[in-house]
Ligand binder design. Structure first.
Ligand SMILES: Nc1ncnc2c1ncn2[C@@H]1O[C@H](COP(=O)(O)OP(=O)(O)OP(=O)(O)O)[C@@H](O)[C@H]1O
Ligand SMILES: [Mg+2]
Length: 882
């Protein structure tokens, strides 16, 4: 069985029977053992671009990253230099061993977080699993897209994303949009008859992966899956802005790299010059490099995102991709569609009338037949019309009606034409074309109106008179569509869009499109979150205006699709920037508006549920949809709300910002503290005759502090931090690091002086350190100094966490969560206790005499005061802390 274009037969040109024969399958479908065999042979229906998500891959990701590699090099160099100088002493092995243990601990922590996040993600995605109906062993069953194999017999219905490359075998008014594959927005009719494609076109008897069924049904055999599909082989449209999280993270890494490139050579030279031990100087500078980078950054970020997505799932929101949370946190402009978002999901049929506003059952009957036979994607209008049959004593009436009229052909509804057309026949009657749709689009195609069984021609195409009847209704916020007809000669069974002309206008159907009671409150909540809403609707201007009035969106000026049509790029952008409400838009215009907002630049979200919203959803940074949306649109969304309610979205945005703030806390505070440590090391390199901390101690300090930071996702976040969109980039990171790093370095310097000149000479009853001291005393001097600084660093780093986590007065105005308090304090006490009682001889840390624990709180207090002043200056200058 072949599937590749190089060795595959031209399925499009083969007859249906020949296709089945070649694929060795019947219309009853495959048997389970065949499915298994084919899956082993051709693989899953997924793209192998991303490496298979196996346990091995996860372990590799957790352990093989730049940080681990640098640590491993440090271990190796320290082992070799130690062996070289001390003749394979136990010391070198212990040091290397400890670094290896660190690599393992760090890796395991990250691994467990990632697995946790993956499990959470899998569970949520399972809720959304898009399934496809296949026939296997004569029975229809629903399976996940990924389980499809070559030869499967697939059933296609409206609204579905086509899950593989399929040769169609049976079709009924099957229309698809291939925009996702070819970029062409035209709707294309598909048939089962074998045909070669026209030049530059897709084959008419093939349904390709990623394209969407707009209307009708079809049945076909899968001829290619995964990477071998046309979509899999094509260079997929990349959406680089969707990776804004990665981009932000990269820019943050660059800021760090800049510091590394400045400090590392400096430390290397300072350390190597005095005694020319270049290899140990290299090991030390590498360790300092590792000390500068928050090693646990990926792990803490994963933990934050996993925690965020789990809490969102409790709030009826499913995040398909963890990185979406970042987008949600930085969202600035939210584009909304109208139905279901601002107004209720189910519109209610209210009036059916002739052109002068008199109730007309004929209009309703014809609209019913149109909706009944229309196989396109159902939308609220069709649902409302069809629900007439559920009214008391009407069921039989409508059944008889649809038995009397039978369907001959259809041109499905699409959001560019904005009309739905069916051709129906009845015994001894000429076929009738029934079109229903948007007022202006129906008027455009009418040359006459029907009134009381008479057909009157329309002069000069002027519909002003018949329009006044509906104008009031539109202004009251009612949705109105027009119904028109045309008879065809007997025997007509096919209609084309060109036939939708010279119609006769019959009347109108009006629906009540009531605003949701919660809409006004939700919009106010969004405003409080400093998110600008923009209404993007395909519906009429008047309705948009009325809805805006009721829900409190300022809509002095409404821009219509027609207004936008002739604008050049600059004028278009200016119009989009200035206005809030856009009506009568085509799906393409929705995309153009979203793209224009992206260019501002602003982080854009788009919330919609129709097939017409899908392209705009893809163009936005964050595509938001609802559980009840058309499947193809739901597939394209990054975020799915289980209820289409703005209130839930506002809650989700708050959650996103909370997650985001906690990530920023870790990043900024840690990077600042680490930079402080590095400045101190450089300072010490210039002034001290020995190392202020060994590379191992520096790493241990980092690892220990980072391990405590795993609790950060559980921290509380100030309302002020939630109120504004967050920016994930390295923009102010460097300045933050420099300011708070320098403050930390100043206090390190004070500690150094205190230890070096006062405390240690007093404790050891000896003069200030010099080469003249006996070696044993020198060793004790150094150990005490290093332990002293280790403790001061640890204390200040943890204390500062409480002070920089908020821009407000810590503890009084903003309290850390109990989780953060208990974990960090417990960590601090355990470590301090350890160094007070037994020390950690393996890493060269000794017990610290009691009087030092009087000095420590003192220096911390002074440090806090200084940081408080720094914080005040920083907030004044940059308006925010995090
Ligand atoms: N099933 C249908 N049959 C006929 N006409 C329809 C149908 N659905 C929509 N229309 C016409 O197309 C127009 C645009 O559709 P719709 O209001 O659903 O657009 P939209 O952009 O999705 O709007 P919203 O913001 O309310 O979701 C409608 O005003 C209506 O005139
Ligand atoms: Mg819609």
């Amino acid at each position: 069985m072949a599937q590749d274009s190089h060795d595959a037969p031209d399925f499009a040109a083969m007859s249906g029977d020949a296709v089945l024969q070649h694929l060795q399958v019947t219309l009853d479908g495959l048997r389970p053992e065949e499915v298994r065999h084919r899956r082993t042979q051709d693989g899953e229906n997924t793209f192998s671009q991303a490496p298979a998500d196996t346990l091995c891959y996860r372990i590799r990701c957790a352990f093989i990253n730049p940080f681990c590699i640098i640590l491993a090099i440090v271990a190796f160099i320290s082992y070799v230099t130690d062996s070289y100088t001390n003749g394979f002493s136990a010391g070198g092995k212990v040091e290397a061993g400890i670094i290896v243990i660190m690599i393992v601990i760090g890796g395991l922590l990250r691994f467990s977080q990632e697995i946790k996040a993956k499990h959470a993600g899998d569970q949520l995605r399972a809720l959304l699993h898009t399934t496809v109906t296949v026939r296997r062993q004569g029975k229809c069953c629903h399976i996940a897209h990924t389980e499809l194999v070559v030869g499967d017999i697939v059933l296609l219905t409206a609204g579905q994303t086509i899950p593989a490359d399929i040769r169609l075998l049976q079709t009924a008014d099957l229309f698809v949009s291939e925009a996702a594959l070819t970029g062409e927005s035209r709707i294309i009719e598909k048939t089962a008859a074998p045909a070669a494609p026209a030049a530059g076109r897709t084959a008419p008897d093939m349904a390709y992966m990623s394209t969407t069924v707009l209307s009708g049904t079809g049945l076909g055999a899968v001829i290619a899956v995964g990477n071998r599909t046309r979509y899999g082989k094509a260079a997929r449209v990349s959406r680089p802005f969707k990776d804004s999280f990665q981009k932000g993270t990269r820019s943050i890494s660059y800021v760090m790299l800049r510091f590394i490139f400045i400090f590392i050579p400096l430390i290397f030279i300072l350390r190597g010059l005095p005694d020319h031990h270049w290899s140990s100087a290299l090991a030390f500078s590498l360790a300092v490099a590792v000390g500068l980078i928050p090693e646990m950054l990926p792990m803490v970020l994963t933990a934050c995102l996993a925690k965020g997505s789990i809490s969102l799932s409790h709030k009826k929101t499913i995040v398909k991709n963890l990185n979406t949370l970042q987008g949600l946190g930085s969202l600035q402009v939210l584009c909304l569609d109208k139905t279901g978002t601002l107004t209720r999901e189910n519109i209610v049929l209210e009036y059916f009338m002739d052109i002068l506003g008199k109730e007309s059952h004929k209009v309703l009957d014809l609209a019913y037949i149109n909706s009944f036979y229309h196989t396109g994607i159902r939308n609220p209008i069709d649902t409302a019309i069809l629900s007439c049959a559920a009214m008391p004593r009407r069921t039989d009436y409508y059944r008889t009606l649809t038995e009397y009229y039978h369907k001959l052909a259809e041109i499905p509804f699409d959001y560019t034409r904005k009309i739905a057309t069916v051709l129906v026949g009845a015994p001894k009657k000429q076929p009738i074309l029934i079109a229903k749709g948007n007022l202006k689009d129906i008027y455009k195609r009418c040359t006459a109106v029907a009134y009381e069984n008479k057909t009157l021609p329309i002069r000069n195409g002027s519909f002003a008179d018949v329009y006044t009847i509906v104008q009031d209704m539109l202004e009251d916020g009612m949705k109105v569509i027009a119904v028109a007809v045309k008879t065809f000669p007997k025997g007509t069974t096919v209609i084309r869009p060109q036939d939708e002309k010279d119609l006769t206008l019959l009347g109108y159907i009006a629906f009540f499109d009531a605003p949701k009671p919660s809409a006004r409150i939700s919009l106010e909540e969004l405003k409080a979150l400093h998110i600008t809403p923009k209404l993007l609707t395909g519906d009429a201007e008047e309705i948009a205006k009325s809805v805006c009035r009721r829900v409190g969106i300022p809509a002095q000026h409404i821009v219509s699709g027609a207004d936008l049509q002739d604008l050049d790029a600059a004028a278009f952008d200016a119009t989009v920037r200035k206005n809030t409400v856009f009506a009568e838009l085509s799906p393409e215009q929705k995309v153009q508006i979203v793209q224009s907002i992206n260019r501002q630049p602003a982080m854009t979200g788009f919330m919609g549920d129709g097939i017409n919203d899908m392209p705009a959803l893809l163009a936005a940074h964050v595509g938001i949809s609802v559980d009840t949306a058309v499947p193809a649109t739901k597939d394209s969304a990054d975020l799915v709300l289980l209820d289409k309610d703005l209130q839930i979205l506002a809650t989700a945005i708050r959650e996103g910002r909370k997650t985001f703030t906690n990530m920023l806390k870790y990043l900024k505070i840690t990077a600042g503290s680490n930079l402080g440590n590095i400045i101190s090391v450089v300072m010490a390199g210039l002034c001290l005759p020995f190392l202020p901390m060994t590379s191992l101690q520096l790493l241990l300090l980092n690892l220990f502090y980072d391990a405590l930071c795993i609790v950060l996702p559980w921290d509380t976040v100030d309302e002020e931090d939630i109120a504004y969109p967050k920016d994930w980039s390295g923009k102010h990171l460097g300045k933050f690091m420099l300011l708070f790093g320098s403050i930390s370095a100043v206090f390190d310097g004070i500690t150094f002086a205190f230890l070096y000149y006062m405390f240690i000479p007093l404790v050891l009853h000896c003069p200030v350190f010099s080469a003249a001291l006996p070696p044993v005393l020198q060793e004790q001097y150094i150990r005490l100094f290093q332990t002293g600084w280790f403790l001061e660093s640890l204390w200040t780093q943890i204390v500062i966490l409480y002070f920089l986590r908020t821009s407000k007065m810590p503890f009084i105005e903003s309290r850390p969560s109990w989780q953060v308090m208990s974990v960090t304090l417990a960590g601090l006490f355990v470590f301090t206790g350890l160094l007070f009682t037994v020390g950690m001889p393996v890493v060269g840390l000794v017990t610290m005499p009691a009087p030092y624990f009087v000095f420590l709180p003192g220096i911390c207090a002074a440090y806090i005061l200084c940081v408080g002043a720094g914080k005040y200056i920083y907030i004044r200058k940059y308006k925010k802390l995090l």
